[in-house]
Design a protein around this ligand. Sequence first.
Ligand SMILES: CC(C)(COP(=O)(O)OP(=O)(O)OC[C@H]1O[C@@H](n2cnc3c(N)ncnc32)[C@H](O)[C@@H]1OP(=O)(O)O)[C@@H](O)C(=O)NCCC(=O)NCCS
Length: 371
Amino acid sequence: MTTTKGLEGVVATQSSVSSIIDDQLTYVGYRIDDLAENSSFEEVVYLLWNLKLPTKSELDTFKAELASNMELPEAVIDHLRSYDLSTVHPMAALRTAVSILGLYDEESDVMEEAANKRKALRLQAKIATIVTAFARIRQGKEPVKPKKDLGFAANFLYMLNGEEAKDVEVEAINKALVLHADHELNASTFTARVCVATLSDIYSGVTAAIGALKGPLHGGANERVMKMLTDIGEEENAIPHIKEKIANKEKIMGMGHRVYKNGDPRAKHLKRMSKELTKTSGQSKWYNMSVKIEDFIKEEKGLPANVDFYSASVYHSLGIDHDLFTPIFATSRVSGWLAHILEQYDNNRLIRPRAEYVGPKTQDYKPIEDR
Ligand SMILES: CC(C)(COP(=O)(O)OP(=O)(O)OC[C@H]1O[C@@H](n2cnc3c(N)ncnc32)[C@H](O)[C@@H]1OP(=O)(O)O)[C@@H](O)C(=O)NCCC(=O)NCCS
């Protein structure tokens, strides 16, 4: 038996959803650069679930179905109100609320393919509403119901802020959602696949995946990037701060990647957006500081910036609370989780690796009074 720590380099499944080959990311063979420049998030979700781009009428129908499934059961909103709003992290609230949502879906445990597709649509639609409803409730505001005539990104910002966002803001969120939608067998997607490979239900798979995304080595990194930038405060403090972290053997959040060694192809899009949006909002220092850190870490440690690094200053410049950064990641990545869950069901085998036992050799049991 050979042990591969962190399963690095282990190919655990076949998939047709997305690929990372030679540092290039594609969804169903379409380059991430083309999708980021041209696609709506809904088009990407359709692509991931159907493995083909939609026609105009298919996309119109899909958008309408998503928009009309966004409202939450009142019971789920009541649950959100019942949390300790001063301490609960929005990712913990989201993880719990998705699990609760499963209790109110009559088809939760119906495992036919058509039912699973209907549940995927309902869950994708409602996750944006959970994130925004929780964000408003903890500010003492009423949740805002989605508008059927708005697209997914526009509805997200509308439900968050209670007013329709500017086109430039909607475009930024749409692009961020497209860039985060899927990423081969990342930790949370693997978690989702392991969970449903026991033939457990979709809500269990997504709840487990949210738990995995929440960690700082995965989706939780974007919130911590902004914490690092605000701790640094001013551009001139950036390099001394980073040097100190390196000396203390601390990880620099938003840097490094298990698979990409020469650069994360999503980062350049977010870097461009960060430059533009921080300039427009008069907060270029976050972008300038980020560039300094990126260049220094590249030079010093040979590590590239990942998707989380510039997304932090993008969301910050849109006025979004820092602890909502990872829930936004989840709002997008649920599309990839669901694509992988459907693929797993379609050709399932239990995922059950082995562990190399390194504990004590077989020991004789002593009765408690003799120990
Ligand atoms: C993404 C990540 C978890 C990948 O981890 P991994 O493939 O297991 O790589 P390791 O943690 O084993 O790192 C390999 C080496 O690079 C260093 N390294 C990796 N990422 C680093 C970072 N962000 N800051 C400082 N050093 C880092 C490690 O210390 C290690 O050095 P060593 O060999 O001298 O001990 C890791 O790069 C990381 O923790 N990044 C910060 C968190 C983050 O941004 N996560 C979001 C990922 S999209």
